[in-house]
Design a protein around this ligand. Structure first.
Ligand SMILES: [Zn+2]
Length: 530
């Protein structure tokens, strides 16, 4: 070919490559246009576009006009960081429902497992299994103090010897090395309840050395709630690590109002330099196993077989029943058997949704608190159930929510849609805060609510690259209509997805849009790195 022709062709090709937009690969994979950006910091919203490349946010500006593979016009909806749930019981459900649709539809993009002292021990095989699972959300875990203790000395009510304590320390250390975000405890539960404060501090110190936090379902959320908050603060203070009261609530009418004292304790601790914080779900009922809630701890020592043996002995049974009556009257029962609702019984699916008054009558007994206690013991002997307990007061809930050191955590799970009768928090927590406590009651601002769901838990967990909308951060994003977002799940009909969240992005991929989950499974396992 003639030299000049070659030159001409080369020039034309070069021009095509440089100048033609068609030949250029788009600068961005996705642009969210026309949003009201709430960046997670608590600052007021501002109008703008957000551009994503790969799994990252790469540009935020009032208008972005460069080419993109895809543009979504969000039409004035809120663009917020994907919500981070610091307290979930998702480790069973994630393998059955890897989309975690109940959470994603609320705008949640990260779930933290291993709460209440309960986690897999060791964590590594669990993380490996999660790595192999295609999933729509990010997931991480705490290492659980109760599970560690059970692995070393079982459910015994005794203190460990030096060698056993060393084993516990080693298990916590391994958990932290495997990527746990800190140490969780459930000092209300067996075997956590048998743990003296000093023993918890010994293990908390290990987590602290790895820059983890301590997070606790406290020993007592009812009559002893003030002392329990003191204990949680002391564990942080003496253990040398950040400490958190998880799902803070005040249980039982006799104790309502005590949040004034517990919040003052948190303020005083913070004032003297203790890094103490709180998380909370926005419901006036709690949920746990009927056995854990309605039996005294001593009756549960040694496991189920031992509990059943105690219930068979008439004298011991009478002592247990006295305690159960007291708990129904003053604590989780809120003074009325109707306040205790069955979530699920593995041995009889028809009981889900019935309350303890119903069960008492079903057993052919007249409805008294004494007979309701008898019915509860029958449920436990028959195989046990999980329950929902209406015994929290709205004023305490709102007072705790308004506190600047309170973040949002669901304490929920990933249910199979339509199965059993779970607490609605699994479907509604984050949407409910936005609908009821921001839009209806003006208890907190929208920006403050988003902060409590994004940058605050991210900061607590040491997640440096999530929880805030900024170039360079991972693209975990929730888009929602602030006028329409709401929880639909109720205690009567819990299996209802939240509404008003239009688009959810996890690691740059759209996992939810136009009312349904996409095929993207872009969630990753998150590890704590010191
Ligand atoms: Zn808990």
């Amino acid at each position: 070919m003639h030299k000049l022709s070659i030159l001409a062709i080369t020039v034309v090709l070069a021009l095509l490559l440089v100048d033609s937009p068609a030949a250029q690969s788009p600068q961005f994979d996705l642009i969210l246009k026309n949003g009201r950006i709430i960046d997670g910091s608590g600052s007021p919203w501002y109008r703008g576009d957000v551009a994503i490349r790969g799994d990252m946010i790469v540009k935020i500006a009032s208008a972005i006009s460069e080419p993109a593979t895809r543009v979504i016009d969000v039409q004035n909806e809120v663009i917020a960081p994907g919500f981070i749930d610091i307290h979930t019981h998702a480790r069973g459900g994630i393998f059955q429902v890897p989309t975690a649709e109940n959470y994603v539809r609320q705008g949640v993009t990260t779930l933290i497992e291993g709460p209440d002292g309960s986690s897999p021990v060791p964590l590594k095989p669990f993380f490996d299994k999660l790595e192999a699972l295609p999933k729509s959300v990010n997931i991480g875990s705490f290492i659980g103090q109760g599970a560690v203790r059970a692995a070393v000395i079982g459910n015994a009510n005794r203190t460990p010897n030096a060698e056993e304590l060393e084993k516990m320390r080693a298990l916590v250390e391994q958990g932290m090395k495997d990527g746990a975000f800190g140490l969780s405890s459930g000092l209300f539960y067996v075997p956590g309840t048998f743990t003296p404060t000093d023993e918890v501090i010994e293990l908390a110190r290990v987590a602290g050395r790895y820059r983890g936090i301590y997070i606790s379902h406290m020993r007592d959320e009812a009559a002893g709630v003030v002392d329990s908050v003191k204990e949680t603060i002391a564990i942080g203070e003496r253990g040398g690590l950040p400490t958190q009261v998880t799902h803070h609530k005040i249980i039982g009418p006799a104790n309502w109002g005590k949040s004034t004292d517990t919040l003052r304790l948190i303020d005083e601790a913070r004032a003297r330099g203790v890094d103490a914080t709180i998380d909370q779900y926005p419901y006036t009922a709690s949920s746990t196993s009927i056995q854990a809630a309605l039996l005294p701890a001593w009756a549960q020592e040694g496991g189920r077989a031992e509990t059943l043996k105690r219930l068979k002995d008439p004298q011991t049974r009478a002592r247990i029943k006295t305690e159960t009556i007291r708990i129904i009257k003053n604590e989780r029962g809120g003074g009325d058997p109707k306040n205790i609702v069955i979530a699920a019984c593995g041995w009889d699916a028809t009981l889900a949704g019935k309350n303890l008054a119903d069960v008492t009558r079903l057993r052919g007994m007249e409805l008294t608190v004494e007979n309701a206690a008898e019915a509860a013991l029958w449920l436990i002997e028959s195989g046990g159930c999980s329950g929902i307990f209406h015994a929290i007061n709205e004023a305490d809930l709102e007072r705790i929510l308004k506190h600047p050191a309170t973040m949002i955590g669901s304490d929920g799970e990933i249910p199979i849609f339509g199965k059993e009768h779970p607490h609605p928090r699994s479907y509604g927590t984050f949407a409910r805060v936005l609908a009821v406590y921001v839009r209806e009651r003006h208890a907190i601002t929208l920006e403050e609510a988003v902060r409590k769901m994004s940058s605050f838990p991210a900061q607590r967990l040491g997640l440096q690259d999530r929880g805030i909308l900024r170039p360079g951060m991972k693209a975990d994003i929730a888009v929602f209509d602030p006028a329409r977002v709401r929880d639909a799940a109720t205690f009567e009909r819990p299996h209802q997805y939240a509404e008003g969240v239009s688009t959810v992005i996890v690691n740059g991929q759209v996992v939810f849009e136009r009312g349904s989950m996409t095929s993207a499974r872009s969630g990753t396992v998150l590890y704590h790195r010191q």
